[in-house]
Design a binder for this molecule. Structure first.
Ligand SMILES: Cc1ncc(COP(=O)(O)O)c(C=O)c1O
Length: 384
């Protein structure tokens, strides 16, 4: 089958709700993708920050084969060994007092769970989020998303419950949070919005303001979690511990799984029957969560993200004389012609993504070699 044939089936049988590039991949290995004609690409997108261990990682492949022979799905009506082991592994990399996990299937679902938990725990209903944020596409997560372009045509959603402040604006946050606020929900770096870091001062202020009013501080780590920013979680760049945080994307190394993580005290709020999902925490996904964490520890991938990311950032700044922002392996190049740079990279078989504000977003697998990172730096040098 060739790309045109796939395209024709796509237009005939699939919802046309994605603006897809005319590329179709057959397989991947490490940070490389191969299209239907066998052409090789360096992938600096990683399935939008999902494939942190790259493609066909041997540990993940083995874990999938072994687990699929045993159990892929079993109901949450029963104890699930792999779920307990994955939660234990996750707790081992979480700061105190965070040690309890609810597994779900996606980032949006993780945020839904976090919001329901905060409302129930505080017995309040108002949520403060940021303009230009992105938290998902389900009713509550889309209500939390402070971007009209995603909400238009679907309002009022749950708009009565949400208030949006300017991201990073401490004064606005102070004015908006009050004794009716259940939670403040923020990304540590706005990803879809344009790779915009919140900043330490803002995160520390958010923590304090939440404490002052008895509101919960929820951090959306769906894109920034699992080593992406050079720390296990993005909030660690700001020396702040949230009450609840959410994960998905890289959590399963490419297998769809999400999580809502919190302290034992807050987790206690949800009693049997109050929340749940059929597929959430299935043995396959959970085995992969544990494998991802084990491999990341063994191969020191969080350190790799930090070290290689800082060096790459310095090289890209030098090559472009432009603003490059972010942490670790989550970088955004703020340039006028983002689409032009994306096209120049594609000409050399390198995939990059353009996100909010035309920013070129670089979110490669954490295992990406220095050589592949430098290949893109060379594209940048030639482009400027
Ligand atoms: C910060 C953030 N939160 C939530 C989501 C939604 O995750 P999902 O697409 O898995 O529902 C995304 C997806 O891009 C995201 O970047």
């Amino acid at each position: 089958m060739n790309t045109d044939e796939v395209k024709s089936l796509d237009s005939k049988y699939l919802f046309q709700n994605y603006g897809r590039q005319n590329l179709c991949f057959e397989r991947g290995e490490a940070e490389f993708l191969y299209d239907l004609d066998g052409k090789k690409y360096i992938d600096l997108v990683a399935g939008i920050a999902v494939n942190a261990l790259g493609y066909a990682h041997p540990d993940l492949v083995n874990a999938i084969c072994e687990q699929s022979r045993k159990l892929m799905h079993v109901s949450n009506l029963y104890l699930v060994k792999e779920q307990a082991l994955a939660a234990e592994a996750l707790a081992s990399v979480c700061p105190d007092p965070i040690s309890k996990t609810l597994f779900v299937n996606s980032g949006a679902e993780a945020n839904e769970a976090a919001l329901k938990l905060a409302v129930k725990h505080t017995n309040r209903s108002r949520i403060v989020t940021a303009k230009n944020s992105f938290h998902g596409r389900t009713a509550a997560s889309l209500s939390a998303t402070g971007q009209p372009k995603y909400q238009n045509g679907f309002t009022p959603l749950l708009s009565h419950a949400f208030e949006y402040i300017e991201y990073g604006n401490v004064e606005e946050l102070k004015k908006t949070v009050n004794s009716e606020t259940a939670a403040v929900l923020m990304e540590p770096i706005q990803g879809e919005g344009g790779v915009i870091p919140a900043g330490k001062e803002f995160f520390k202020a958010a923590r304090d303001i939440c404490d002052d009013y008895g509101a919960l501080f929820i951090v959306d780590e769906v894109q920034t979690g699992m080593g992406r920013t050079g720390k296990w979680f993005g909030f660690e760049n700001y020396d702040v511990v949230p009450d609840i945080f959410t994960l998905a994307k890289a959590l399963g190394g490419g297998f769809p799984i999400g999580a809502c993580v919190t302290s034992p005290e807050i987790a206690e709020t949800l009693k049997p029957g109050m929340h749940g999902t059929t597929f959430g925490g299935n043995p396959m996904g959970c085995t992969l969560v544990k494998t991802v964490i084990d491999v990341m520890k063994r191969d020191k991938l969080v350190e790799r993200s930090s070290d290689a990311g800082s060096k790459w950032m310095a090289d890209l700044k030098k090559a472009s004389s432009s603003e490059v922002r972010g942490f670790g392996m989550m970088l955004g190049m703020v340039i006028e012609d983002g689409r032009g740079l994306q096209a120049a990279a594609l000409e050399r078989n390198i995939l990059v993504n353009v996100c909010g504000g035309g920013v070129v977003r670089l979110i490669p697998p954490l295992i990406t070699s220095d050589e592949s990172l430098s290949s893109f730096t060379k594209v940048v040098e030639d482009f400027f």
